[in-house]
Structure formats: C-alpha cells, structure tokens
Design a protein around this ligand. Structure first.
Ligand code: DAH
Length: 354
C-alpha cells in the first residue's frame, strides 16, 4: 500500500462527516457499515494513522494527539448510537413476541362422559349411602354361579329365558359331575349373589353393577351387551317390607320425588316369592304412569343352601334392574343405538354439574 500523506484537515473533516452519519443511522447494520467506511483501513482515519510513522519526529506528537482525539470522538459517537439502536431492536423484538392474554384461545373440543357411566355411579352412590358394599363379579362366569347356584337345574326351562353365550364346552359335566366347569358370559348380575354369600358371608348387603351378555339382536331396545345392577341383602329377620322400602328409596334416588314402586306376583327361580317390580314415574312422557322396571323377591332357600347358609336362621331379599332401561326412562331416550354408538354429541347432552 502506497504511503499516504498525513493531512490533518482532511482526516478531521472525514471523521466529522462520519460522526454526523453515525448520529443519523437508524439500524445496527447501517451503523456497522459506517464503522467500516470511516474507521476501516481504507478510511482517512486508517490512512492517517499509518502515515504518522513516516512523519518527521517533531510532527509525530501533534499528529498522534490529533488522531487520538478523532478516534475517541468517533468511538464515543459510535458507542452511544450502538446503545440506542440495540435498545430499540430489543424493544421491537419484545413487541413482536408480545402475547395478548385477552384474545380468545382456540379450544380443543372436550369429550363427555357417557350418561350410562354416570348412572352406574349414581346407583353405586345410592347403595353406599345406605352402608351397602359394591361388588363386581367376573363377566366370564361358570355356569354354576350363573344358573345352578341360582336354583336353575341344567334342564330347567328358565335357562331358555336367557339366551346364553357359551365360552367353553356346552352343557357337559366334568368328571366329578360338576357343571361349574362350563364357562359362559354371565347373563345376569344375579350371578354375584352366591359369590357374595360365599366370599363375604352373612350378614350381606351388596350391590353388583356390571355388564351382562345375551345373544339378543341389536334393536331399538336390546343389545347383546347391557348393564344391570343386582342387589342382595341377607340377614336375620329381613322381610319383603325391607325389600319394598329399599326399592322405593332407589326409585326416588333415580327418578326424583314422587317416584315409587309396586310389586306384581311373578316367577324367578332364585326368589320365592318373586315379583315383577313396576315404577311409578311422575315425569313419564305423556303423563305419569306405571312402567315395568325390574325383578325382585325373597332369596330362595335353595340359593342360601348353595352358599351353606341356613335358611332357618337367615332370610334375604334380592332385586335386579336394567341400567339401560333406567337410563332410557330417566332421559326419555327412545333408541338403544344412541347408547352404544359412542357419539360425543349424544353424551354431551347429559353433562350435568358433576
Ligand atoms: N336376574 C334377573 C334378570 O336378569 C333380574 C332379577 C329378577 C334379579 C329377580 C333378582 C330377582 O335379584 O330377585 O332378568
């Protein structure tokens, strides 16, 4: 690089020009470019600094002092502007990233609990509030618990009342003649009666809500899988009046004040006497009226005997209600399909203050 002349006036002017431009710069990029232009190797300041070396000794001091002042002035102007522009850049970055907490957010659609699940819980709460226990037996059950223990012999015509899914074997006894080795999908939650008696003993107060299975076709009021709640109480001195009292209380818990039940003589193998139970439903569509709701009766002595309980000492009552039926009545739903399709728009209608 050719040796430059040291020209104090020219370098002072150029530095003044540079400082002026720095003061007017509006971005950090612009500022950096000005630094390269006015303080870089090719700038007047750069060239003058190099030229000092070839000045006569007596001129060096004054030239050095001038250059020191110019560099300091330039550096100060640069530093001040850099601070200002950096603060501005930060501000606008923060402004761009600002989140408006008052804007409505995009919500994901919520699911809704199935009304049947809620009903099952309501029923459990009812029994727990009376001090009863909640029990749940297996859904794949031995024929013995499902039928035999409930006083249905293998050739009992009542077995045809409930079309059964057989899981293993078919009506064959094992070597010991014990039919319990055949497995079925339980056709009723009454299955839990003798399990409860054997596992928990007496006095016994249990409710068994759960799924049951029958080979029904799916139509407006039937599905092959549905839910029941069985209740059985066995103690000393229980009578049909106790049964009626619990049924009326359950009716009110499920259907509100004014609901009550009535019994009509009927037949079930596991109860004697047995009754069909009707519900007086004040909010029935088309006006209050009686609707068939479940089955009930006093526990048949043979059922107690199956669990080695002495029917001379203990007596009991039992009843069973269909949960889907209860739900259809309670909410005036006409079609079982709505219950099994799992459409959240259906369930959503029943979301209540839980
Ligand atoms: N298990 C019966 C059914 O599925 C309902 C029932 C009737 C249960 C009478 C009972 C009873 O406990 O005593 O249809």
């Amino acid at each position: 690089m050719a040796d430059a002349q040291f020209d104090p006036a020219a370098v002072t002017d150029e530095v003044a020009e540079g400082i002026e431009k720095i003061r007017n710069a509006s971005t950090l990029e612009e500022l950096k470019a000005l630094k390269a232009q006015f303080a870089g190797a090719e700038s007047a300041m750069g060239q003058a600094s190099r030229a000092i070396g070839s000045l006569p000794p007596e001129a060096k001091k004054g030239a050095g002092q001038l250059m020191g002042k110019l560099k300091a002035d330039f550096g100060r102007a640069y530093g001040l502007k850099e601070n200002v522009l950096q603060a501005q850049a930060e501000q606008s970055k923060l402004a761009a990233e600002q989140v408006d907490m008052t804007l409505p957010i995009e919500r994901r659609p919520l699911g809704a609990r199935h009304p049947l699940a809620k009903l099952m819980e309501d029923v459990e709460d009812f029994f727990v509030s009376m001090g009863w226990q909640i029990s749940s037996g297996p859904e794949v059950e031995s024929e013995w618990y499902n039928f035999d223990a409930l006083n249905l012999s293998p050739d009992h015509p009542a077995r045809q009342m409930q079309d059964t899914f057989y899981v293993k074997g078919n009506q064959t006894k094992d070597a010991a003649g014990f039919v319990g080795s055949n497995l079925v999908m339980r056709t009723q939650t009454s299955t839990d009666q003798v399990r409860g008696l054997i596992n928990r003993g007496v006095p016994l107060y249990i409710a068994s809500p759960g799924r049951v299975f029958r080979t029904d076709e799916l139509d407006a009021t039937h599905t092959p899988v549905f839910h029941q709640c069985e209740a059985i109480a066995v103690d000393k001195g229980l009578t049909m009046a106790d049964l009626k009292g619990v049924l009326d209380k359950l009716a009110v818990a499920m259907f509100g004040e004014g609901a009550r039940t009535r019994l009509r003589p009927s037949y079930f193998p596991f109860t004697e006497p047995s009754a069909e139970m009707d519900l007086w439903f004040p909010d029935k569509k088309g006006g209050p009226g009686w609707i068939e709701w479940g089955g009930c009766g006093m526990v048949n002595p043979n059922v107690l005997r199956a669990a080695d309980i002495d029917p001379e000492i203990y007596s009991g009552f039992a009843f069973g209600v269909g949960m889907e039926r209860t739900l259809l009545l309670r909410h005036d739903i006409n079609d079982m399909h709505d219950l099994v399709e799992g459409d959240v728009r259906f369930s959503d209608q029943f979301v209540m203050g839980e």
